[in-house]
Design a protein around this ligand. Structure first.
Ligand code: GMT
Length: 426
């Protein structure tokens, strides 16, 4: 399908017929989490542009919640075998990738989160090399680089997979720098393509009834959305509320679930503020829920970008967050919210009170948050960066079966001989 033009008799707009239609495989974690959200939204947006998008995961991505034209889903089957004490997902995924590349004639395989997806992609590429030249794009999202990827069991593999990808992107400048230094990457370009948001969907909307239900006396609403993992420091949101309550009547609404939920529940009881904290668990309809908030809290220990902060900003909600990782690339201190040191809950509480007690300032921050989301992070602005990257890769010389076969017959390693891999080292 490489270089194919959309057929003239297609239903797409005329301008689309001039564009190159690509077959794109997307691999991600399908569960609750930012990288899966970004990957799924990217796939949906690409499909809207007329590209054929094939999701390859072990479960349906949770944001793929309906029928979408040009979107296909391929489930990775995991056979159980008593000899394998640990699941061999990396291998099963590689085999499924080969299948989809071969039969759906993929041009691009875009993997989100390096572990293990980039390794599976490398393996799949090697397996199918003689018949099909697939281009691998790896997008780095966060803890694949800053935490788990640094474990000695994974570090050499992540470094290798990054270096062998045809293109690598990171979701923030912070993450690019971390990748280059943590993995001592010397000869690989890493493109920063920030996360994006559909600002028409995530838009300030009418209260969905949440305020009436949870803040009936006109209390202010603090909100946090995450997967409640330790890096999110969810308990700090409870500590912040505890401070805020000393001067402003407020409620804390927590959305999501995960390992630290019970600790946050326990802390709210210990501090005697449980009646002001509501845990709603996992929710859909985030734009409406977020729109009910006065301030969004993101007190993370580590955050390569902070997609949830962007979602809040797009709904016109100022963010009080930590300075960790890429958050300052999203939240502008003193304009769209405030930034404090990790763990400094007192300062974050002061910032929250400042916003809650100054209506003019709150309005200004709210408008600036929305404006920043629209002007800097709207999907329509950032999607072309991905499509341009794909097109750039597809325009590069093909590494096809014929030359590989010849190279093999010469007893030479084809990649090393024709410098193909080096082509991508810039
Ligand atoms: O890296 C992770 O912890 C997982 C990942 C996810 O799937 O939630 O989160 C990361 O990717 C998001 C999307 O790019 C970013 O918005 C998050 O900041 C980032 N999380 C961390 O860096 C902790």
């Amino acid at each position: 399908m490489r270089g194919r033009k959309a057929a003239d008799n297609s239903h797409f707009l005329k301008e689309l017929s001039e564009r190159t239609v690509m077959n794109i495989g997307i691999v991600c974690y399908p569960t609750y989490g930012g990288s899966g959200v970004v990957a799924t939204e990217l796939g949906k947006a690409l499909a809207m542009e007329g590209h054929q998008v094939h999701f390859i995961t072990y479960a349906m991505p949770f944001r793929l919640d309906g029928f979408y034209n040009n979107v296909f889903y391929h489930e990775v089957e995991m056979p159980n075998y008593p000899l394998f004490e640990f699941q061999l997902y990396t291998l099963a995924l590689a085999s499924k990738m080969v299948d989809v590349i071969r039969y759906e004639k993929l041009d691009i395989l875009h993997v989100h989160y390096a572990i293990p997806h980039a390794t599976s992609a490398y393996l799949a590429k090697q397996m199918i090399q003689k018949e099909h030249d697939i281009k691998i794009v790896t997008t780095l999202h966060g803890t694949d680089i800053t935490l788990i990827g640094l474990e000695p069991s994974f570090l050499p593999l992540v470094k290798f997979a990054i270096e062998e990808s045809d293109a690598v992107t990171s979701v923030s400048r912070f993450l690019r720098e971390k990748t280059l230094t943590n993995f001592n990457i010397k000869n690989k370009e890493i493109d920063v393509i920030p996360n994006f948001i559909d600002t028409e969907l995530y838009t300030p909307s009418l209260d969905c009834g949440l305020r009436k239900q949870y803040a009936p006396q006109g209390e202010k609403i603090l909100m946090h959305v995450s997967n409640f993992r330790p890096v999110k420091r969810v308990s700090d949101t409870v500590r912040i509320l505890h401070e805020v309550l000393k001067s402003v009547p407020a409620k804390l609404i927590l959305i999501g679930d995960g390992p630290d939920r019970s600790e946050a529940e326990r802390l709210s009881r210990e501090l005697g503020i449980a009646e002001h904290v509501r845990f709603l668990g996992k929710q859909t309809g985030l734009p409406q829920i977020l729109s009910a908030a006065d301030v969004f809290l993101l007190p993370s220990q580590s955050e390569s970008f902070g997609l949830s902060a962007l979602e809040a900003m797009s709904c016109g909600v100022p963010v009080v967050a930590t300075s960790s990782g890429g958050i300052p690339e999203v939240v502008v201190h003193g304009e769209t919210g405030y930034i404090a040191e990790i763990g400094d809950t007192e300062r974050m509480a002061k910032y929250v009170v400042d916003l809650l007690t100054n209506a003019k300032k709150h309005k200004r921050f709210s408008e600036a948050s929305r404006q920043r989301a629209v002007e800097e992070f709207e999907t329509k602005l950032l999607l072309p960066h991905y499509t341009a990257l794909y097109e750039r890769l597809l325009a590069q010389p093909q590494h096809n079966s014929v030359s590989t076969a010849n190279d093999a017959s010469n007893g030479l390693n084809s990649s090393a001989q024709n410098g193909y891999i080096m082509d991508f080292v810039v």
